[in-house]
Design a protein around this ligand. Structure first.
Ligand code: NAP
Length: 161
């Protein structure tokens, strides 16, 4: 990737699922630092520590699974619905706005045109400090999927290559 970057074939290098330990490893041992690191990030797993290290080393955090793929009854989270009612926005839009205001780049997925439009429509309102704090409090610091540090998960990934 560094060779492609130096040859001008790519404009930036992005990586995915580099959590703080492996992220610091690649930052330390690479010549061209990752511009972006895509990691599981949503209201229940806000990646507060990972985000801090990425910021310190000049990498933009990008969220995969900004809705946790609907897990935890995501779209019925009371705090998201209550805040959304105030602004005339859905729980999904409040969740995306929260991540955006937290400095996270987002790639929500939908196969429905109306939802894609809804997911773009988050630039005409702003969450206040109390609302941000309320949503920050939902963080468990845990994955809703799996740990990339678990050797069993790594073995499973290897099996699908
Ligand atoms: N780098 C990695 O390791 C990694 C891992 C996982 C995913 N990703 C990427 O991350 C992106 C995000 O996708 P994701 O699949 O992880 O999940 P996600 O964006 O967290 O959630 C997608 C789910 O939310 C629903 N949804 C979307 N917008 C909605 C809305 N406004 N209201 C209600 N429901 C809504 C979708 O249903 P409908 O589609 O039916 O609307 C779908 O079931 C994708 O581009 C994916 O490729 C990367």
């Amino acid at each position: 990737m560094e060779e492609a970057y130096k040859a001008g074939k790519v404009r930036a290098i992005g990586v995915s699922n580099f959590y703080p330990d492996r992220y610091l490893d690649i930052v330390h041992f690479s010549e061209v630092k990752p511009a972006v690191n895509q990691v599981e990030t949503h209201i229940f797993q806000q990646q507060k520590v990972a985000k801090e290290y990425m910021k310190k080393n000049g990498t933009q955090i990008m969220s995969w699974g900004p809705f946790a793929e609907g897990k935890n009854d995501y779209f019925n989270t009371p705090a998201l619905k209550e805040i959304g009612a105030k602004y005339g926005k859905t729980a999904a839009q409040v969740a995306l706005r929260f991540l955006l205001q937290s400095g996270v780049v987002l790639i929500p997925k939908s196969v429905h045109k109306d939802r894609m439009e809804q997911n773009f429509d988050i630039f005409d309102f702003e969450l206040n400090e109390d609302e941000m704090k309320k949503l920050e409090a939902l963080d468990t610091g845990e994955s809703l999927f799996f740990s990339h540090h678990d050797p069993k998960t790594v073995e499973w990934f290897m099996s699908i290559i």
